[in-house]
Ligand binder design. Sequence first.
Ligand code: FAD
Length: 315
Amino acid sequence: MSEVLVLIDHVDGAVKKPTYELLTIAKRLGEPSAVFIGAGDKAAEVAEKVKKYGAEKVYVIDDAQLKGYLVAPKAEALQQLAEKTSPAAILIPSSAEGKEIGARLSIKLESGLITDAVDVQEGGVATQSVFAGNYTLTGKVTKGTPIITVKPNSAAPEESEGAGSVEEFSVSVSDGAKTAQIVAAQPRQATGRPELTEAAIVVSGGRGTGGNFEPVEAFADALGAAVGASRAAVDSGWKPHSFQVGQTGKTVSPQLYVANGISGAIQHRAGMQTSKTIVAVNKDEEAPMFELVDFGVVGDLHAVLPAATEEITKR
Ligand code: FAD
């Protein structure tokens, strides 16, 4: 069976959930091989983790040359590995970094690229949600090695023990790839909540909160969810831009999205309508968000959410 390379998204020995989702998807396309690229970043720990999600092989590119640079050296490293292994496909998490790596790699390998897939099935048939979610597109790479970047929450990660055999791979990074260097990195402030784009559940608040996000946050915490916001809430200064969901904010695709006091403007929908289940709380039964929902509650969020939170915490 042909190998499918999965680029691992990792920080300080921790592997991000989308990597496990990609390993699960990779099993539909061939034999999953995980690729670690880093510089002294606890490769052994990472290899142990990906093995539990079916990685048969773990390529370790652990090289001081890669330290402190932006994405170009990673794309070169992946190119060299792909040229050696001729994989059936390359899967990359659809983060900003992942998409840039995918784009650079597709030029280097002269291969087709599909970005922001929400599903990939046997034979590399990928599904994308395009034009602000108004069209669902099914496509396939027809040239070279298929490179597909896949959005978080596109598959439920399935644990399965792979052989996890570690293979060191050395790369040579060109000077041209070292022209942009990281001078400072600011880690996301620890909130105790999951990262918005990766969370399985997102609870968002809009103008209808009137600036009081307490019920939204308490409900989110009861569910172990991330907190999001509409642009109206962000523009009002109630939440920073990093919380914004939508066309000019983040795109989320969780298992469950709960919109509270959000009218459902097209620009907000663009960032959340591929969510698997959508619930809305709005006091206006005519709110456009209700056209999109699986479950809707007509009511004041300041009354509905505390009651729902109480019910959940009782269980
Ligand atoms: P509103 O539209 O004012 O809706 C508030 C809702 O809350 C209403 O439906 C109301 O019935 C309900 N409500 C009020 N009080 C309560 C209560 N007590 N309980 C329950 N419900 C209540 N928007 C985004 O969100 N994300 C984007 O990325 C984005 N990008 C944009 C890009 C462009 C180029 C443009 C032009 C606009 C963009 N917008 C974006 C803005 C978008 O058009 C809407 O203005 C915005 O989404 C409205 O936010 P809202 O739903 O919170 O507010």
